[in-house]
Design a protein around this ligand. Structure first.
Ligand code: NAD
Ligand code: IPM
Ligand code: MN
Length: 350
């Protein structure tokens, strides 16, 4: 499209700081391409909730659906009971917009400080299921607050929901290094685990060129640290994927680098792009947040909208910034920059 209708949800905490940097880079990437961005900023998050008691109304949702894509910063604030915004806003969006693929790529940028002694050539994507599992809100509590309280959270896994995300993961693997790892815990979660395994086996039969292996989630967290370059495509459920992608961020140089696409592959609803990280109340309001994750989320957004050329230029600008970080770190003088200085540097490289 010549006009890209973008819904913007800055949200809470550092979400408000990193989103302007993402938009700055988006503008720079599309300058001179004939495409203009028309943004609609949505007032959603803690402030709105305190003011009105609303998290996400049907009207908000209908308005969001009128856009080509959504860019989100982060939601969640210590002044709001935990879960209100996370469930009522972020998860409601993922569910209502049928974001069944949560695509989370990780790459190691050579020379960038990492906790790993030998990071190797890390380049994998986690295909995290986005609409089911323990996130459904299927559960409850009885005798709350008593010594006899019972709280349940039941993981929901449908054959339909698992098959569609597994199929997406095989397509990814087929276009990459042709290796897929299922991560689950079928030694304990025998109902869901064995269903995931059977579906991976069945869909895998259609992709004979893709080699398939399996790790239990606990072992996967080991390999993520000891041998992360073994992974190409990881397919996993909603909660395991959540945990593993924070770890993936940490080992590749920090959670401030990890981007995420909540995809509705059919295109029926707008897909939503965001950093993997949250609102980081511990550093909010100080210009300390790394906006790179949000900027890389903009690259995912451009790819999703078929603007591969612009996406590649954003990724190249991020690579150049990471190379500058590596050079500085190796010289013993790590770059210390504010959120907007990083955004400016990446935008300038475009
Ligand atoms: P978090 O991701 O916000 O922060 C974890 C740690 O990473 C913190 O030490 C933080 O300072 C650091 N960090 C995060 N982003 C960074 C960045 N861009 N640059 C530098 N450092 C960064 O996770 P949390 O502390 O567990 O959660 C805080 C709030 O965010 C909670 O309300 C939580 O529910 C919410 N949350 C929202 C999302 C989302 O909107 N997608 C994701 C995760 C957490
Ligand atoms: C993420 C976050 C969310 C999740 C929370 C805030 C609901 O941790 O995007 O990774 O668990 O998916
Ligand atoms: Mn998370």
């Amino acid at each position: 499209p010549h006009t890209l209708k973008l819904a913007v949800i800055p949200g809470d905490g550092i979400g408000k700081e990193v989103v302007p940097e993402g938009l700055k880079v988006l503008d720079a990437a599309l300058a001179g391409t004939g495409t203009t961005v028309k943004t609609t900023v949505f007032d959603l998050g803690a402030e709105r909730w305190h003011r009105t008691g609303e998290t996400l109304t049907d009207e908000d949702l209908a308005a969001l659906k009128e856009h080509d894509a959504i860019l989100l910063g982060a939601v969640g604030d210590p002044s709001v009971p935990s879960g209100v915004l996370e469930r009522g806003l972020l998860l409601r969006l993922r569910f209502e917009l049928d974001h069944y693929v949560n695509l989370r790529p990780s790459r190691y940028y050579p020379g960038v400080p990492t906790p790993l002694a030998e990071p190797g050539d890390i380049d994998f994507v986690v295909v995290r299921e986005g609409t089911e599992g323990l996130y459904c809100g299927n559960g409850g509590a009885v005798r709350q607050g008593t010594p006899h309280e019972i709280a349940t959270e039941v993981s929901v896994n449908t054959a339909y929901g698992v098959e569609r995300v597994v199929r997406y993961a095989f397509e990814q693997a087929n276009s990459r290094k042709k290796h897929l790892t299922l991560v689950h815990k079928h030694n304990v979660l025998v109902h869901a685990g064995h269903m995931w395994r059977r579906i991976v086996e069945a869909v895998g039969a259609e992709y004979p060129e893709v080699s398939v292996d399996y790790c239990h989630i606990d072992a996967a967290t080991i390999y993520m640290v000891t041998d992360p370059d073994r992974f190409d495509v990881i397919v996993t459920d909603n909660l395991f994927g959540d945990i593993l992608t924070d770890e993936a961020g940490a080992v590749t140089g920090g959670i401030g680098l990890s981007a995420s696409g909540n995809l509705n592959p059919s295109g029926e609803y707008p897909s939503m792009f965001e950093p993997v990280h949250g609102s980081a109340p511990d550093i909010a309001g100080q210009g300390l947040a790394d906006p790179t994750a949000t900027i890389s989320a903009v690259a995912l957004l451009l790819t999703h909208l078929g603007r591969e050329e612009a996406a590649a230029r954003v990724s190249a600008a991020v690579d150049a910034d990471m190379a500058a970080r590596a050079t500085a770190a190796q010289a013993g003088a790590p770059l210390v920059r504010s959120t907007s200085e990083v955004g400016d540097a990446i935008a300038a490289a475009l």
